[in-house]
Write a protein that binds this ligand. Sequence first.
Ligand code: AMP
Ligand code: ZN
Length: 110
Amino acid sequence: MERNCLFCKIVAGEIPAKIVASNELAIAFNDISPVAPTHLLVIPKAHYENVSELTREDGASLLALLSLAGEVAAGVDFRLVFNSGAGVGQSVFHAHGHLLAGRDFAWPPG
Ligand code: AMP
Ligand code: ZN
C-alpha cells in the first residue's frame, strides 16, 4: 500500500466506495463521477502508478484486472480505457481501467 494513494485507501477500506466485484488481485467499484450509465473503475489491489508499470511488474494482477472487467461486463458492449499520464487526463496515479457501458460512444475518442 502506498501512503497518500486514494485507490490504495479504497482497497484497504479506509475510504468508502461501492465495490461491485472483486477477485484475489483486483477490484471493481463505481466511479464517483460517472460519465456513462455504467462507469466502473477496475484496479489492481497492489499499487502501480499506471498501466505500463502494472504490465511490466505484475502480469498476474493485469490478467486479474482484465478478467474481472470481462466478468462484470459479460453480455454487454463496453469500452475499457486506461489513461496513462497526466497529458491524457490521468489524475489518480494508481493504475485503473475505466469500464464504460450503457450509451453510445464516439470513435475516435476525444
Ligand atoms: P483518471 O482521470 O483516469 O485518473 O480517473 C480517475 C477517476 O477516479 C475519475 O473518473 C474520478 O471520477 C474517479 N474518482 C476520484 N475519486 C474517487 C473516489 N473517491 N471514488 C471513486 N472514484 C473516484
Ligand atoms: Zn495506490
